[in-house]
Design a protein around this ligand. Structure first.
Ligand code: HEM
Ligand code: HEM
Length: 225
């Protein structure tokens, strides 16, 4: 139980680090971009029953939505990893040749796929939130009926949405998802913020999609009862 929570947390931390590309030296980004493959593979191995049971059982609305999000998450992850290696020019210089490394299209594809990966990982976590949170509550022994717990969770959700919406504008997330070319120095308002705020905005953007995933799961499962 704890090892799954740890692995999910590690994946999340690495993803946020990779999204903060502009704040760290490029070689760390390339190194971590390859390191993340290990926890992703372990995560897939630990969840292999999902792949092996795809042809079995009933396909509820929740299962269908989860499968679509999972497939899109897998595709965006593969595109981000492959395009990242193709454009690398520090550690993995020229693996796919100079034409790929210099191609604007592949650069754009890398940026766009990584933002889609952030969006789908958020939805993916939100769709799993109930199970994951329950494991956390049991592990930490929190009293879910207490007033402070209820107030704390409401405040946290409100903060995530407010900062998530603000972060989406400051990082020009919409333009990046649509593969628009955005100049970081002149056209990304988030560049003026400190490292802590830069990170916080990405955490909140991820969290905002997780809230959407969670609300979707709540709505569908309530309806199908
Ligand atoms: C921030 C990153 C991620 C988090 C927090 C996360 C979280 C989770 C959670 C909570 C589960 C339920 C089972 C468990 O606890 O292990 C799960 C399942 C799964 N994850 Fe992830 N995940 C992340 C990234 C990824 C990525 C990048 C992929 C694929 C490239 C992926 C593919 C899967 C698959 C295939 C399953 C099983 C099917 C399902 O139940 O949805 N996950 N993930
Ligand atoms: C899933 C893993 C990855 C994610 C989420 C990710 C994310 C990002 C992000 C958000 C940017 C900056 C986009 C911007 O300008 O705002 C970026 C740029 C970049 N990444 Fe990655 N990356 C990943 C994997 C990799 C890998 C494996 C490599 C190379 C080995 C790599 C190499 C690069 C390079 C060279 C750039 C600069 C692109 C440019 O200047 O046009 N990335 N990445």
């Amino acid at each position: 139980m704890k090892k799954r929570i740890f692995l999910d947390g590690l994946l999340f931390a690495l993803l946020i680090f990779l999204m903060c590309f502009k704040m760290f030296p490029r070689r760390y980004h390339e190194a971590m971009g390859v390191v993340i493959v290990l926890p992703i593979l372990l995560h897939l191995v630990w969840n292999r029953s999902w792949f092996t049971s795809l042809r079995r059982g009933e396909w509820s609305a929740y299962r269908k939505i989860l499968a679509v999000v999972d497939i899109l998450l897998i595709v965006s992850t593969i595109v981000a990893l492959v395009s990242g290696v193709a454009i690398a020019h520090r550690i993995f210089k020229g693996v796919f040749g100079l034409a790929w490394q210099r191609s604007i299209l592949v650069h754009q594809l890398h940026i766009t796929s990584s933002y889609w990966m952030l969006l789908f990982s958020g939805l993916h976590l939100g769709l799993h939130w109930k199970g994951l949170w329950w494991r956390l509550v049991q592990w930490r022994g929190w009293d879910v009926s207490s007033r402070s717990y209820r107030l704390g969770t409401r405040l946290a959700v409100t903060a995530v949405i407010v900062f998530g919406v603000a972060g989406s504008f400051l990082h020009r997330v919409g333009d990046r998802l649509m593969m628009e070319h955005v100049f970081f120095r002149t056209n990304t308002p988030a560049r003026g913020f400190s490292l802590a705020a830069f990170v916080l905005f990405f955490v909140a953007i991820f969290g905002m999609y997780a809230v959407v995933g969670y609300w979707t799961e709540r709505r569908i499962t309530r309806k199908s009862i």
